[in-house]
Design a binder for this molecule. Sequence first.
Ligand SMILES: Nc1ncnc2c1ncn2[C@@H]1O[C@H](COP(=O)(O)OP(=O)(O)OP(=O)(O)O)[C@@H](O)[C@H]1O
Ligand SMILES: [Mg+2]
Length: 276
Amino acid sequence: MSVAPVVQMQDIWKTYDTGAVEVHALRGVDLEIAAGEYVAIIGPSGSGKSTLMHIIGCLDVPTAGEYLLDGEDVAELNENQLAEIRNKRIGFVFQQFHLLPSLDARRNVELPLVYAGVGAVERSARALKALEQVGLSERAEHRPGELSGGQQQRVAVARALVTNPSIILADEPTGNLDSVSTNDMLGLLSELHAQGRTIILITHDQEVADTAQRIVYVRDGQITADSAQNKPQNEVVHLDNAVSRAAGDVKTAEVIKVAGVAKAGKAAKAGKAVVL
Ligand SMILES: Nc1ncnc2c1ncn2[C@@H]1O[C@H](COP(=O)(O)OP(=O)(O)OP(=O)(O)O)[C@@H](O)[C@H]1O
Ligand SMILES: [Mg+2]
């Protein structure tokens, strides 16, 4: 029996009509993500990453195209059903943590369960379990102001986990963290992936993206390369040309066969030729 992809997008467009101008934030995105994948979506500022995340997370709807989440056509759902999907199937982690300062860690983690109508005793037990999963059991009674940035982000991950969602969707989760906390957070995401969770990580940082199993490159509202597909696409071709020029005579340069675009990027930085 084949399992439907968690995310299945076909020819997704998102146009913002600001009155004077139309901004095509997404221009024909095709994307499939299977259950259990750890995917990084990387691209420069303004390339459409957050727009894509908002659509994946049902925070916004596409202008055109088809999006199936867990095999279900999102366009068919009303606002209440979308809210339920956001609550139960998607765990969000944001750059700014978005914790409520007056609530301790446990109560912050309980919030999605409050909205889902789960009773107090079960809520508390599940929140404590989620905090244990992120290694913060001892801080359950601490408020965000009494926690470090890295710890606050771990509380946010616990809050994302507590409903046992199909997808953890993280938009620049390390954007406000120092390098130690960044490594800590990336370690935690890898651990959750190893436990079988589907993780979609949005970043503009190649090193952060490199920790994922698959990297999808976004530029000007389009997917320009996908390490899972291993086929030459715009960005790779540019890279390849640039590297060939830099290397001069390819015969004398080290030639590497690579499967992934990320590796090609690394090879290019090292001044090596890339064969795709
Ligand atoms: N609500 C909006 N109204 C009009 N234009 C928008 C809106 N949101 C985003 N855009 C435009 O859509 C494009 C994509 O924006 P988006 O926020 O998705 O980029 P991003 O890749 O997340 O960038 P960053 O790395 O800076 O967060 C940009 O040109 C942006 O100005
Ligand atoms: Mg963004």
